[in-house]
Ligand binder design. Structure first.
Ligand SMILES: [Zn+2]
Length: 486
């Protein structure tokens, strides 16, 4: 098939051919089945009746790709099978590297604001209306789901307005006045000034017509047409466990999404926001295996929406994105240059957070020697177990680094206490496994790299291209015709 180009005229022709081909590929990637734009008002084409908005907190492109490492061979994430993808910039109004409140405001309302502000203007004089509030105004049912506490910044941006994300009681109480139909996932410790952090918020929710329930059985018995606040088993921060640590039988983000669909489905449609909130937390801890499991878990919730979409392809829009990247995750590490063994992340069996809790117990009991700690490194991280994979071998220098970290951890002043900075032994174990896998991190904070956007369904092709995070909300408002003004 080789055909040699011999003249400049042929060269130009060839260039045009390439351009046309590239355009065709572009259009195909962004305009295949299941992505058609609804007609503008007045046309016969309907706007999507069911809108899903998935937000992976801290989920950059590298986090998505990393998740492949823990999937079985041949499996891929649902989100990357979507026919349309785009990219969104995340800068806040007053800072290049954003935070979840400012980014959540942009994604929820289509407006930039300052760091820490929840769905308000930067001078805090104006409340910005969220897509969820617009959907409720339109008569759609509304659901808000997150695996972190339900008064956390990202979910809050959809139902509350506050000068600061830290105003937890003020935020939590706005769940009750939102009129939304379904809050699912984590708990909220809204201490509403009566000294009973749990009691009063539940009472306020009940007084506002909400049925407040916990656990799988109660959720499975919940009936359509009632308003619910449902939570799973939560930790001291109100969040569900990391997927990598979760007990079988605990409610998952996928469960809350599946039941949300069941409870919200009705003739006037629904809007549901689902946040994978702990991807970010694991990224802050630079804990790659836990990040991978969180992304897979988040994708499991997306799978529930996709099943619904397959039953209602013309009436459903699913948008998946992130508020920002976290950790500066790189799929490549200097010491390994072009080598990678990302699959060895599978041998990590618990989060850095859970391992830190173990180390805290060792410190208390004073009964774990360094050889025993090395055994744990093998059991929970695969480190040193070359039967599993030769990439897991520990060099004498690495063993020494572990011994030093162990000694530091066993010092009661350090051991397992300062998770913010990281328990020394846990940090060393996670760092060694990450580096052997060929994974690097640049920071324990967020970064400013753009985030991916994946879309499928009615209006999805609008999400093709490169744009601002405020545009994601504007596109949803436009496509689903949530506002008269647009
Ligand atoms: Zn964060």
């Amino acid at each position: 098939m080789a055909r040699y180009v011999t003249s400049s005229r042929q060269n130009r022709y060839r260039s045009i051919q390439v351009l046309v081909l590239a355009a065709a590929v572009f259009i195909t990637a962004c305009g295949i089945a299941g992505t058609q734009r609804p007609g503008k008002a007045g046309s016969s084409t309907e706007a999507p009746k069911y809108v899903f908005y998935f937000i992976g907190d801290g989920m950059g492109v590298a986090q998505v790709k990393l998740a492949d490492a823990v999937l079985d061979d041949g499996e891929t994430l649902e989100m990357i099978s979507f026919p349309v993808s785009g990219m969104a910039a995340t800068q806040a109004e007053n800072r290049y590297i954003t935070g979840s409140a400012a980014a959540g405001t942009a994604l929820a309302t289509g407006h930039k604001t300052t760091i820490g502000t929840i769905a308000k203007s930067s001078d805090h004089s104006t409340d910005f209306t969220s897509v969820a509030e617009m959907a409720r105004e339109k008569g759609m049912r509304v659901g808000i789901v997150s695996n972190v506490s339900i008064d956390h910044a990202t979910p809050a941006c959809f139902y509350a307005h506050a000068d600061s994300r830290k105003m937890y009681p003020e935020i939590a109480v706005q769940m009750a006045s939102s009129g939304f139909d379904y809050f699912g996932g984590g708990y909220a410790f809204g201490d509403l000034d009566d000294g009973k952090p749990l009691g009063k918020l539940v009472e306020v929710m009940k007084d506002s017509g909400y049925t407040v329930i916990q656990g799988r059985e109660a959720l499975s018995k919940a009936v359509s047409g009632r308003k619910y606040w449902v939570f799973g088993s939560y930790d001291g921060s109100g969040a569900l466990d990391y997927a990598i640590d979760r007990d079988d039988g605990s409610l998952t983000l996928a469960d809350f999404t599946k039941h949300g669909i069941r409870l919200l489905e009705n003739d006037r449609g629904f809007f549901m926001m689902v946040e994978g909130g702990k991807i970010d937390w694991a990224c802050h801890a630079n804990d790659a295996a836990t990040v991978a499991h969180e992304v897979v878990d988040f994708d499991g919730a997306i799978e529930q929406a996709l099943e619904f979409y397959r039953r209602h392809p013309d009436e459903t829009l699913i948008v998946v994105t992130a508020d920002h990247e976290c950790g500066g995750l790189a799929l490549g590490y200097a010491d390994k240059a072009y080598e990678s063994d990302i699959g060895i992340l599978r041998y990590q069996k618990l989060s850095a957070q859970d391992f830190t809790a173990k180390v805290s117990q060792w410190v208390e009991r004073k009964n774990v020697t360094f050889p025993m700690a090395l055994d744990s490194a093998s059991v929970y991280f695969g480190l040193g177990n070359i039967q599993l994979d030769s990439a897991l071998a520990l060099s004498p220098e690495e063993k020494k680094a572990l011994r030093d970290a162990y000694a530091e951890s066993m010092n009661a002043d350090n051991g397992g206490q300062a998770y913010g900075k990281g328990d020394p032994l846990t940090v060393m174990l996670v760092t060694l496994l990450n580096h052997k896998a060929g994974v690097g991190w640049t920071t324990g904070a967020h970064t400013a790299v753009p985030v991916p956007v994946f879309a499928i369904g009615n209006g999805a092709h609008e999400f093709c291209g490169v744009y601002d995070n405020t545009d994601v909300a504007k596109k949803i408002i436009d496509i689903a015709r949530l506002s008269e003004e647009r």
